[in-house]
Design a protein around this ligand. Structure first.
Ligand SMILES: [Zn+2]
Length: 118
């Protein structure tokens, strides 16, 4: 069994590329994982990241929420409702932007560690 470069696999996954070759697409949609690599035919069917990516995105988003909340409410002044709406939109956008690369990174990590489901 050959050794797999974990960091390279994570970075390739974060770029939505196959962790094995770095060329083929890892996703068949926004978040739907492809069954096989279109370039090297690596099998992804047994890799299941489950809720891991959502958990990591939640942690990152919550860390960003505190300074974003302070900045937004200082800028909004008396318009608290406007601040809440703007903050909600910003946090939703951050979540949607982060979800795919984080899921790809988790898939890359699982692929490198051969953390497959039976
Ligand atoms: Zn590949």
């Amino acid at each position: 069994m050959s050794e797999r470069d974990t960091l390279k696999a994570i970075l390739r996954g974060a770029r939505s590329r196959c962790p094995n070759c770095g060329e083929g697409a890892l996703f068949a949609g926004y978040l739907r994982k492809a069954d096989r690599c279109s370039h090297c035919d690596e099998d992804f069917t047994r890799i299941r990241p489950a809720d891991g990516p959502a958990f990591f995105v939640l942690c990152i988003t919550c860390l960003l929420l505190i300074p974003a909340q302070i900045i937004t409410f200082r800028a909004a002044g008396e318009h608290i409702l406007t601040g809440l709406i703007v903050l909600s939109l910003i946090m939703t956008a951050i979540t949607l932007v982060l979800l795919r690369p984080v899921k790809g990174a988790v898939i890359g990590l699982q692929w490198a560690g051969r953390d497959y489901q039976a």
